[in-house]
Design a protein around this ligand. Structure first.
Ligand code: SF4
Length: 507
């Protein structure tokens, strides 16, 4: 479909208005779905799955990555009954199923809605899952428990037809975490908790970042000179979204994200427009008292919570892929040890919260028996990847098996005892966030000397978020996919041989 057609499709019928049609097509069959409605299916988290012969990918939103046991059991049951036994945790804390048919969707939606889960707005030109820190409400160092705000903003935008025809996809994070793990710098809207001392007392509010995003043209969000109080967060989100809806670019799909408007306007003009929309002037931003970083951690391992005698256990799920058996086991563990709660992270991992000290050993044993790694290698913990050509129509290369092969090879070759983030993508779109990896791998094709075309990766280095945020720079182009593991090994060995005292790989 030509990219320009999407605007026409939205004008002809709103993406959210395809809901009743989904049920009609479930009776008529896949072949009855016209291409325009297939496009609108995205508004309910439904994507045609490669090779487009009647199967779908379905994305379920998990606001802030916060799930209860009934919800996780429902995810597990859908995985078992409709998705051929596996699901993926995404870099936006969602779950994704594959292999669903149009006939499956009514039952799947019924099960999801029965436990308060939704796919509405999981894809399409609309507000996507609102992300947050996965240890909100648990972390002794957190500045603010943002879960109520995430719920409030989620509920406001959910199915709201005032905001269902945005120029492009639109991503909000609201984070109270002290290490900025929710990545406000690479979202369209990032609200990051900060503390100020004002009129003799300590007070937490939010700094506002706008216009971040990765994809093929990565931009860091610009910080506006505002201090937003918690009770102002929803109003500010609405105002920013109205600016995007009304002033965002719609001529070209690859130039329609909020980041392009922010880049053209600059933060000062954007702030002026925000004030006009609000009808009041936010107070100015404050000096950040807490140092930023270390960033991009995932709260893995065993940690004491702010609640007395409670711990969370963060586990590393390589490539985010989990089986139905693992999900059922995780739900049983959450019910028995975690007060019915479980969290997903934006690095595709699972956290088990609220464990009593006396239960810690038994819970860890159960978690490990379910196949989740509590003590994983640094390679394993920092690995992230996208869906790749197994299911994604835009992919150039396979990703999940390749990343597993790379991590397993590196683990067999060396002990690496400092954090390292290897992000792998099947194309330049960066759903696996290769732009911010210590090592970023971007899928492409290469031609060998004998003329054969093979999957390959551009090997890039040096991406990071935080105070000295940078995107990766390519250092080797078109490395054949089966040779990437050797290229990374060489890089790491060479770093070890030449590193200066105190230097880390990410520097
Ligand atoms: Fe597909 Fe490319 Fe996104 Fe990977 S980065 S999921 S290959 S669009």
């Amino acid at each position: 479909m030509a990219k320009a057609d999407v605007e026409a499709i939205k004008k002809a019928k709103d993406g959210l208005d395809v809901w009743d049609d989904i049920f009609r097509y479930a009776k008529l069959g896949y072949d009855a779905i016209p291409p325009d409605d297939l496009q609108r299916f995205r508004w309910y988290g439904i994507y045609p799955q490669k090779p487009n012969v009647g199967h779908f990918m379905l994305r379920v939103k998990v606001p802030g990555g916060d799930l209860n046991v009934e919800q996780l059991r429902t995810i597990a049951s859908i995985t078992r009954d409709f998705a051929r036994g596996f699901a993926d945790i995404t870099t936006r804390q969602n779950f994704q199923f594959h292999w669903l048919t149009i006939q499956d969707l009514p039952t799947v939606f019924e099960r999801l809605h029965a436990v308060g889960l939704t796919t509405t707005g999981a894809c399409g030109d609309i507000t996507r899952n609102i992300a947050g820190c996965p240890v909100s409400g648990l972390d002794p160092q957190e500045l603010y428990d943002t879960r109520p705000l995430i719920r409030e903003v989620t509920n406001y935008f959910l199915g709201n037809k005032e905001f269902s025809d945005l120029p492009r996809k639109y991503k909000i994070v609201i984070s109270g975490c002290s290490i900025h793990c929710a990545q406000p710098q690479i979202n369209d809207v990032g609200l990051q908790a900060v503390r100020r001392f004002h009129r003799g007392k300590s007070e937490v509010g939010f700094h506002l970042y706008v216009g971040g995003g990765l994809s093929t043209q990565p931009h860091f969000a610009k910080k506006l000179d505002v201090f937003i109080k918690p009770e102002q967060v929803l109003e500010v989100c609405i105002a920013v979204t109205k600016i995007f809806r009304d002033d965002g670019y719609r001529q070209r799909r690859n130039h329609a994200r909020l980041k392009f408007l922010v880049a053209d306007w600059g933060p000062e003009r954007f702030r002026e427009e925000l004030i006009k929309r609000l009808g009041w002037t936010p107070e100015p931003a404050v000096p950040v008292l807490e140092p930023i970083g270390p960033v991009q951690q995932d709260h893995l391992g065993v940690h004491r919570q702010k609640q007395a005698d409670r711990y969370w256990v963060g586990t590393s799920v390589l490539t985010g892929r989990v089986t139905d058996a693992q999900l059922f086991a995780a739900a049983d563990i959450a019910e028995r040890y975690c007060e019915g709660n479980i969290r997903t992270t934006n690095q595709q991992n699972l956290l088990f919260p609220n464990i009593k000290f006396e239960d810690l050993n038994a819970a860890i044993q159960a978690i490990q028996e379910a196949g989740f790694l509590v003590e994983a290698s640094e390679f394993h913990k920092g690995a992230v990847c996208c869906t790749g050509n197994e299911f994604c129509n835009l992919a150039i290369t396979e990703t999940k098996h390749r990343l597993r092969e790379i991590i397993s090879y590196l683990e067999s070759r060396m002990v690496w005892d400092e954090p390292i983030r290897i992000h792998l993508n099947g194309c330049p779109n960066s759903c696996g966030q290769h732009h911010i990896g210590d090592i970023g791998l971007q899928g492409c094709l290469a031609r060998l000397n004998d003329g054969t075309q093979v999957e390959a990766y551009d090997v890039c280095l040096g991406g990071r978020l935080g105070g000295d945020a940078k995107f990766v720079r390519p250092i080797s182009r078109k490395v054949p996919a089966d040779k990437v593991k050797y290229a990374i090994e060489n890089l790491l060995v060479s770093f070890r041989c030449t590193r200066k005292e105190g230097e880390s790989f990410g520097q």
